[in-house]
Design a protein. Structure first.
Length: 121
């Protein structure tokens, strides 16, 4: 369970809600909304290493003569007012996918609070 202040995902999870998350058990992650941890990122809204975003991985042109194609990971917000987190040249294994949203348990309405943060307990 997590208390979520996800302005970046408010179209799926209402701001200031208590939400139930299920453990990520593997499989394709591309296109899923997930709770992610990565020590090299800083969420633009919270400054923390945890974020709830839609996971995307895409190939980036390797350039002429390159033996290895590069890839980047995008952690995309549902809300167009929030910025995506772009991880370039990052191994997918260094990103910890912790959980997927299962259900919103309760919400608190407070439109004046525009923070985007996650409290996991």
């Amino acid at each position: 369970m997590a208390h979520v202040e996800p302005r970046s995902t408010e179209l799926l999870i209402p701001d200031l809600s208590w939400s139930l998350f299920g453990r990520y058990t593997g499989g394709s992650r591309d296109g899923k909304v997930v709770l992610v941890q990565h020590h090299d990122i800083s969420d633009p809204e919270t400054g923390g290493s945890y974020t709830i975003k839609r996971y995307r991985r895409r190939a980036v042109g390797a350039g002429a003569g390159s033996e290895r194609e590069r890839a980047e990971t995008l952690l995309e917000p549902e809300n167009p007012q929030c910025r995506a987190i772009v991880l370039k040249d990052t191994d997918a294994e260094t990103i910890r996918l912790l959980a997927e949203p299962v259900e919103v348990l309760s919400t608190v309405s407070n439109a004046s609070d525009a923070r985007c943060s996650v409290y996991v307990g």
